[in-house]
Design a binder for this molecule. Structure first.
Ligand SMILES: *Cc1c(COP(=O)(O)O)cnc(C)c1O
Length: 436
C-alpha cells in the first residue's frame, strides 16, 4: 500500500509508472552511496553546531541593524562562526558581497597590487572571472590596474602540469587561484586532498605566494575544506552551498587575518574595513542557512548521483560518472541533441515549487556565445543550491544541473526531466522498460 500511495502522488505530478519504477530500482542500488553522503553530512552538521556553540551564537545575533552597522554583533559573530568551521584566522561574510564573482573579485583586487602577477595553475578560470582578470578586456579589470595574469593549462587527464607550474612561478607571482569545481568545463572537480598537494608544491617553492581557492559548489561535500590543507583564502557564494537555500544574497571569504583585513578595506573603505556594513535583517537566514547547509548539500549530492545513474543506464555520457567520488554538487549529462537539452530543462522547471507552469526557452544570454536554456523555479533568484539546470544550445548538447533543497525534490526533478524527454519523443519508453 505504502509504495502505491507514493507512486500515486508521483502519478499526480505526471510521472509514469515505468519512470517511477526505474527511479525506485536506481535508488535501491545507491543505498551505500547515500549512506556515505549521510555520514559526511552528520560530521559537517556537528562541525557547524560546534562552531555556533563555541562562538556563543545568541538570539541577539538576529537583530536588525541599519546605518553604519557599528558593533553589529550578529555580523561579527557569524564571521567568527565561519572562521571556526573553515579553521581560519578570520572571515568576511556579508550581504554587501553580492555574489560569488564579487567575492572572488574582491579577494583578488584586495590582495594584488600593480606589478603583481596572478597565476591559475588549473587552466582557464570560471567564465565570469575572465572579465575580472581582464582575459577578456573589461572596464575595471585587474589588467587595467597593471596586474598581469598567467595560466598553466591542465594535462590531458585534467590534472596539474607540475613542471609547467614550477616554470610559471616567478618573482612577480603574488597570488595563485585554484578553482575546486569544474564549473562548465569537462575537467574533473578536484578533491580537497588533490588541492592540498598542489598547494604544498607551490608553497615548497614559494612559501610567500598567497594560495586562494574558489570554493563555489564545494562546501560541505567533504569533511575537510581547502583551508584545512593550506589554502590562505577560500571564497564562495551564499546562494550556493553555505547559504543552505535560506540566505537571500551574499558571499564569504575565509582565511588568514591579514588577507581578510585587506578584503574588508577593499569592500568598504580604507580605514573603515570590517567595522561598517549593517546586516539589515538577513542574519537569521545566514545563520539558519549555514546550519542547514550540510544536509542540503547532502540532498543535492544524492540527486546528482541519482541522475548520473539514471542517465548512464540509458546510455548517455555523464560527468562525473555514476560511481565516481564527488567533489562538488554539479552533474553534467550529455544529451547529444538540442531537443534533449530543451526537454530536460523544461522537465526540471516543471518539477519546481515556484514557477512550475512557466516553460523555459533558449535565449541569447549576454556573455555566452550560443543560446542558453535555464531552468530554475527558485525561492531566491538565480540560486543554484536550489534545483536548477542550464544547457548551452551547442555541441555536445550537455546540461549542467545542480542543487535541490531536499533530496526528494531533486529526485522528482530528475524523474520529471526523464518523463519530459519521453513525452517529447526524445527517449523511447521502451528504453526505460528494458531496464525494469
Ligand atoms: C558560481 C561560480 C562562480 C561565480 O559565482 P556567482 O555567484 O554566479 O557570481 C565562480 N566560480 C565557480 C566555480 C562557480 O561555480
Amino acid at each position: 500500500m505504502e509504495s502505491t500511495t507514493t507512486q500515486s502522488i508521483y502519478g499526480q505530478l505526471g510521472i509514469s509508472r515505468q519512470v517511477w519504477e526505474l527511479g525506485q530500482k536506481t535508488e535501491e542500488k545507491l543505498k551505500d552511496r547515500f549512506c556515505e553522503f549521510d555520514r559526511t553530512a552528520e560530521y559537517n552538521q556537528m562541525k557547524v553546531i560546534h562552531a555556533m556553540q563555541e562562538n556563543r551564537v545568541s538570539e541577539a545575533c538576529f537583530n536588525y541593524v541599519s546605518g553604519y552597522g557599528y558593533n553589529d554583533m550578529g555580523r561579527d559573530t557569524l564571521e567568527e562562526v565561519y572562521a571556526s568551521v573553515f579553521h581560519t584566522e578570520a572571515a568576511l561574510v556579508r550581504p554587501q558581497i553580492t555574489c560569488g564573482t564579487h567575492a572572488l573579485a574582491l579577494a583578488l583586487a584586495a590582495n594584488l597590487r600593480p606589478g603583481d602577477e596572478l597565476l591559475s595553475p588549473v587552466g582557464k578560470p570560471y567564465d565570469t572571472l575572465e572579465e575580472v582578470i581582464g582575459i577578456r578586456p573589461s572596464k575595471g579589470s585587474l589588467a587595467e590596474y597593471g596586474i598581469t595574469y598567467r595560466q598553466v593549462d591542465l594535462l590531458e587527464d585534467g590534472y596539474f602540469d607540475y613542471p609547467a607550474i614550477e616554470a610559471a612561478l616567478n618573482e612577480r607571482t603574488k597570488l595563485v587561484t585554484i578553482q575546486r569545481s569544474k564549473g562548465y568545463q569537462t575537467r574533473p572537480s578536484y578533491s580537497v586532498e588533490k588541492i592540498g598537494e598542489l598547494i604544498a608544491f607551490i608553497k615548497e617553492r614559494r612559501p610567500d605566494v598567497i594560495c586562494m581557492v574558489d570554493n563555489c559548489y564545494g562546501e560541505f561535500v567533504e569533511t575537510i575544506e581547502p583551508s584545512d590543507v593550506g589554502a590562505d583564502m577560500v571564497v564562495g557564494s551564499l546562494i550556493k552551498n553555505p547559504g543552505g537555500g535560506l540566505a537571500p544574497i551574499g558571499g564569504y571569504i575565509a582565511g588568514r587575518a591579514d588577507l581578510i583585513e585587506n578584503c574588508a578595506y577593499r569592500l568598504t573603505s580604507p580605514g573603515l574595513g570590517k567595522e561598517v556594513g549593517a546586516s539589515l535583517g538577513v542574519m537569521q537566514s545566514f545563520y539558519q542557512g549555514f546550519f542547514l547547509a550540510p544536509t542540503v548539500v547532502c540532498g543535492a549530492l544524492k540527486g546528482a548521483v541519482f541522475a548520473a545513474n539514471i542517465y548512464e543506464q540509458l546510455g548517455f555520457s555523464v560527468v562525473p560518472n555514476g560511481s565516481e567520488s564527488r567533489h562538488d554538487i554539479i552533474q553534467a549529462v550529455t544529451l547529444g541533441t538540442p531537443e534533449g537539452v530543451i526537454a530536460f530543462c523544461q522537465g526540471i522547471q516543471a518539477a519546481a515549487p515556484v514557477d512550475s507552469y512557466v516553460t523555459p526557452e533558449p535565449w541569447a544570454m549576454p556573455g555566452y556565445d550560443s543560446d542558453v536554456i535555464m531552468a530554475a523555479g527558485a525561492f531566491v533568484q538565480g540560486s543554484s543550491i536550489e534545483l536548477s539546470a542550464d544547457g548551452p544550445i551547442k555541441p555536445p548538447y550537455a546540461v549542467y544541473f545542480q542543487g535541490g533543497l531536499t533530496w526528494y525534490h531533486a529526485k522528482l526533478g530528475i524523474l520529471k526531466s526523464l518523463q519530459n524527454m519521453i513525452d517529447a519523443g526524445v527517449i523511447a519508453m521502451s528504453e526505460v522498460e528494458k531496464l525494469l
